[in-house]
Structure formats: structure tokens, C-alpha cells
Design a protein around this ligand. Structure first.
Ligand code: CP3
Length: 355
């Protein structure tokens, strides 16, 4: 599995090497906006069974690539596989998002947490990674991923999605040492999980810090960022002769770009709130940038989408170091042809910026 992808534009952009155009992929590119995804999920029974079945996970990973000329594939899985492997009992009740049967409520449960062995307890993920690599046949690179320690802790403590993070923030202010204990376990779990994905064939890895932006400046720098830095410093950087770039994405992290870039990551993911040209002026000499079209632009029409894509490309400006993406996951209510219009616009309109 040492072969370089035929299209390695995405990997070169992450390493800020020259490219012919700006590469593009979409967060949640395999998902409910695609009728063929819904069909495969129906065959699996539910979302989690789909994640746990390497054949079907491979099938849905490939679906968006069959429709659009995307420059990367992303492993079909979820960030909550780690707490599930820790024994919290993940399930998805329809329409309500993720839930845990045994959220962390008592101190003894927290003290009992252990780092799962990814090649045992998350074997199904590693099997999916190697099967996807075989199926991709080195056409485009495969991205592996995990949640950030803090984002995982939000779900582990709250027991599911939350609008105010009342429980995890109560712990943060009242029992900070308990939260630090969870975060340390999570950071070690994520590091070994991502390294196992790299060994199984992932060619780049991304950390999703979806809820870091809910923290105060001080709390972000104490409870989210240092644990991502710990992960970045423990990641495998070279595998079978290839550099394995990593991406940190804190949704709502626009205020803290300099700190994120200082972790030693290769690229920083941006949500749609920040101007990508300003982000480049702040940290573009250290890292590549990934983003940052508002996913709701895809509710409009191909002409409007093209215009908005043009604005993001123009704001970033000339040269490499930009991976085009949405500023967050694609909505399940997006028309697939509008996603296609975005990909086409990125490829076409970006060429002059690389001339
Ligand atoms: O990008 C991709 O295509 C790869 C697959 C992927 C999924 N989840 C599939 C998924 C990735 C990278 C994730 C990450 C993830 N999961 C995050 C971080 C990114 C973000 O969105 O901020 C988070 C917070 C989760 C936890 C999670 N999983 C939630 C909150 C939900 C419900 C979301 C919703 O819109 O209802 C999920 C379920 C989920 N994960 C789906 C998919 C395709 C939809 C499940 C379904 O098919 O019913």
C-alpha cells in the first residue's frame, strides 16, 4: 500500500506544494443527501450497523466519488466509535442523533475509563480503511479521522447532543481535574486510533473539534487545544515513504487560528464565519487552510453557487495551500446536483490561481 495516488492534488495542497487547481472534498460527503446512501443504510438496518460493516462502509465511501470528481475520499464512520469502544453503548435513535446508554455520570465510571486497543475494539474501522484503500485503487487519497478529546467528552458526559453543554461545563468549572482525566484518556485513545488508521492505509488524518468553539478563550486553551496538540505530536508523520498530513478543524475557532497553527498541524480547517483571505494573512505562512463555503450556499442554484465559490477562491488568492471544502458538513436536504455544481466550479475557477 505504498503507492502514491494518481491524483495527489489534495495531499500536495495540504503540504503547500504547487498544484494545477484547488482540490476539493466535502465534509459528510457520504450521507443522507444521496438517495443511494439512504438505500444502503436501509440494507444495513441503521447508521451504526452501516459503520460496523466494512463492506457497506466501503460502498457508501465510494458513492460520492462515483457522482463527483472529488479529490479525496473520507472513511465512512463516526467520531463516536471511540467512546463506544470504551463501553459507553452508542446508539442512534431516529431523528435524535447519537446517544449513550451509559454516559459518564459517576466519578468511578470516569476513573475506570481505559484506552481501547484500536486493532481489537475498533477492528471494524481498520478493516473498512484497508478495504476502502483497495477499492480506491490509488485514484485519490483516503482521509482518516477522529473527534477531538473535548468534543468526544461533550458527548460522553452529556450522553448525546446538547444545546448548552450544561453537564460538561459544570464539570469543567466544578471538577476540572475530572474533565482533564477524561481528556487525557481521550487524547491517548485518539492518537492510537489515528495511528492505527494510518497503518491500515489512511493517507491524511483530520481531527474534528466540533464543539471547541463553545468554550471561552481561556477554557479552549486549557481543555481543547492542548489535547489536540498532544495528538498531533504523537501522530505518525511518514508511512511507507509517504508524508501523512494532518488537519485540525475547530468549528468556531476563528478567534484562535494562531494558537491552532502553533500546534504543529499541517492544515487548519475553517468554518464559514471567517474570511479565508484574512485567515491566510494570519497563519498561511505556517499551515494550509481547508474550507470554507457556507454549506447553506448549496440550497441556492448553480449560478449562485458558482459565484460564492468564486468569492472564496478569490479571497484565498494565488498559490497553493488551499483545500476547498464546506465550512461544516453538507446538509441532508442538499440537492446532489448542487454539490456537483460546487465541485465543478472549484475545479474550473481555481486554475488561474495556480498558473
Ligand atoms: O464526512 C464524511 O462523509 C465521513 C463520515 C462522518 C460522519 N460523521 C457520518 C455520519 C464524519 C467525519 C462524521 C463526524 C462526526 N460525527 C462529527 C464531527 C463533524 C461535525 O459534524 O461536527 C460529529 C459531531 C459526529 C456525531 C454525530 N454523528 C452526530 C451529531 C450525528 C447526527 C447528525 C445529524 O445530522 O443528524 C451523527 C450521525 C452521522 N454521522 C450521519 C452520518 C452520515 C447521519 C446518520 C444517518 O445516516 O442517519
Amino acid at each position: 500500500m505504498s503507492n502514491k495516488p494518481k491524483n495527489d492534488t489534495f495531499l500536495r495542497a495540504l503540504l503547500r506544494q504547487p498544484t494545477e487547481y484547488t482540490p476539493v472534498w466535502m465534509m459528510r460527503q457520504a450521507g443522507r443527501y444521496l438517495p443511494e446512501y439512504n438505500q444502503t443504510r436501509g440494507r444495513a438496518g441503521d447508521f451504526l450497523s452501516l459503520c460496523k460493516n466494512p463492506n457497506l462502509a466501503t460502498e457508501v465511501t465510494m458513492q460520492p466519488l462515483a457522482r463527483f470528481p472529488l479529490d479525496a475520499a473520507i472513511l465512512f464512520s463516526d467520531i463516536l466509535t471511540i467512546p463506544d469502544a470504551m463501553g459507553l453503548g452508542l446508539y442512534f435513535s431516529t431523528g435524535e442523533g447519537p446517544k449513550f446508554e451509559r454516559p459518564l455520570r459517576d466519578e468511578w465510571e470516569i476513573r475506570d475509563l481505559a484506552v481501547p486497543d484500536p486493532n481489537v475494539h475498533l477492528r471494524y474501522v481498520m478493516d473498512a480503511v484497508s478495504q476502502i484503500r483497495k477499492t480506491l485503487n490509488n485514484e485519490v487519497p483516503l482521509i482518516g479521522f477522529a473527534g477531538s478529546p473535548f468534543t468526544l467528552a461533550c458527548y460522553m458526559v452529556e450522553g448525546g447532543s446538547s444545546s448548552d453543554f450544561a453537564l460538561v461545563k459544570t464539570m469543567l468549572y466544578q471538577r476540572p481535574e475530572l474533565l482533564h482525566h477524561i481528556l487525557d484518556i481521550n487524547a491517548r485513545a485518539v492518537t492510537s486510533y489515528l495511528n492505527a488508521q494510518i497503518e491500515a492505509g489512511a493517507q491524511a488524518v483530520m481531527i474534528f473539534d466540533s464543539w471547541g468553539g463553545a468554550l471561552s478563550h481561556a477554557a479552549y486553551h486549557e481543555f481543547s487545544l492542548p489535547y489536540m496538540e498532544q495528538i498531533v505530536s504523537g501522530l505518525i508523520r511518514e508511512h511507507n515513504g509517504a508524508t501523512i498530513p494532518n488537519i485540525i478543524f475547530t468549528k468556531g475557532g476563528g478567534l484562535w487560528l494562531e494558537s491552532i497553527a502553533a500546534t504543529g498541524c499541517n492544515a487548519v480547517g475553517l468554518d464559514w464565519a471567517i474570511d479565508i483571505g484574512q485567515a491566510r494573512a494570519r497563519i498561511g505562512d505556517k499551515v494550509a487552510l481547508q474550507g470554507n463555503l457556507d454549506p447553506n450556499v448549496l440550497f441556492s442554484n448553480p449560478d449562485a453557487i458558482r459565484a460564492e465559490v468564486g468569492k472564496v477562491l478569490a479571497s484565498y488568492g494565488k498559490g497553493s495551500g488551499h483545500v476547498f471544502n464546506l465550512g461544516h458538513g453538507i446538509s441532508q436536504f442538499t440537492k446532489p446536483e448542487n454539490a456537483g455544481a460546487m465541485v465543478e466550479a472549484v475545479h474550473e475557477l481555481s486554475k488561474p490561481y495556480h498558473a
